[in-house]
Design a protein around this ligand. Structure first.
Ligand code: ADP
Ligand code: MG
Length: 265
């Protein structure tokens, strides 16, 4: 058996993100039960589903924080853990996995800012360390990013001095500082007071308009309807239904999608 890195040319995968038959268990608990997902470059995919359905695990698998037990994951045409029907096994070396992870932005529900660093330092550190950018250039870019998320005047503040909505906007600026080809959001507004949700969604909508490829796990149905190219409904470790927002949200075909939507709408 040979182990190698598969290229787009070899596999024909051209989507930004492609998952095929991905399975993942924690001990005896199977959390992903054969997930297929395709996200084209420049598209926004919104993932809906009840708590415990595997949404976070799916994002973590795409970001290579979890390794699929079976199936394969491709980001930007580079495959991880791909086995052809023949006996050729493709596996990305760990160094390449880490490199690819720096090209994927991840925004968490609870912000994950560094509390002892200022807002500006939070945005500057990642490109300096992960991309070896000169500090002066990283600082200039960080200031531009903070302006883009409406926080130019908070550069010198510490995270604890900001509202949740402001902290999440810093987290988005920090993710953008790595110039990611793909942005993943895991319930980015779930920890926020209702009146702060809008300012964060506005920043995400702005990114969508600029053609950033994104996968957003959220319960914000209005956002999904307005911004998503594709809505994916997950339940019990499977993609139950996916399609255009109009179809999935207005005319769901599966009983479980209907039941979920009737609760959150
Ligand atoms: P969701 O994001 O849809 O709420 P998760 O992907 O977080 O779902 O979790 C799916 C299931 O997997 C849950 O039952 C959760 O408890 C379990 N789980 C997630 N991560 C781990 C882990 N690291 N170890 C054990 N169980 C986990
Ligand atoms: Mg989750």
């Amino acid at each position: 058996m040979t182990t190698t890195t598969a290229t787009t040319a070899e596999t024909g995968v051209t989507a930004m993100v492609e998952l095929r038959s991905v399975r993942k268990s924690f001990g005896s608990l199977e959390v992903l039960k054969g997930v297929d997902l395709t996200v084209a470059a420049g598209e926004v995919t919104v993932i809906l589903g009840p708590s415990g359905s595997g949404k976070s695990t799916l994002l973590r698998t795409i970001n290579h924080l979890e390794k699929a037990d079976a199936g394969w994951v491709s980001v930007g045409g580079t495959l991880i853990g791909y086995r052809r029907s023949g006996d050729k096994l493709y596996e990305l070396p760990e160094r390449e996995v880490l490199k690819q992870r720096t090209r994927i932005g991840f925004v968490f529900q609870d912000f994950h800012l560094f509390p002892h660093l200022t807002v500006l330092e939070n945005v500057v550190e990642a490109p300096v360390w992960a991309l070896k950018r000169p500090r002066a250039a990283a600082t200039a870019s960080a200031k531009a990013l903070l302006a883009r998320v409406g926080l130019a005047d908070k550069a010198g503040a510490y995270p604890r001095q900001l509202s949740g909505g402001q902290q999440q906007r810093v987290a988005i600026a920090r993710a953008l500082a790595l110039e990611p080809g793909l942005l993943l959001f895991d319930e980015p507004t779930s920890a926020l007071d209702p009146e702060l949700v809008g300012e964060v969604l506005d920043v995400i909508k702005d990114l969508a308009r600029q053609g950033t490829t994104m996968i957003v796990v959220t319960h914000e149905i209005g956002f999904a309807r307005e911004v998503a190219d594709t809505v994916v409904f997950m339940d019990d470790g499977r993609v139950v239904e996916q399609g255009a927002p109009d179809d999935v949200l207005n005319a769901p075909r599966h009983a479980r999608t209907k039941a979920f939507l009737s609760k959150v709408l």
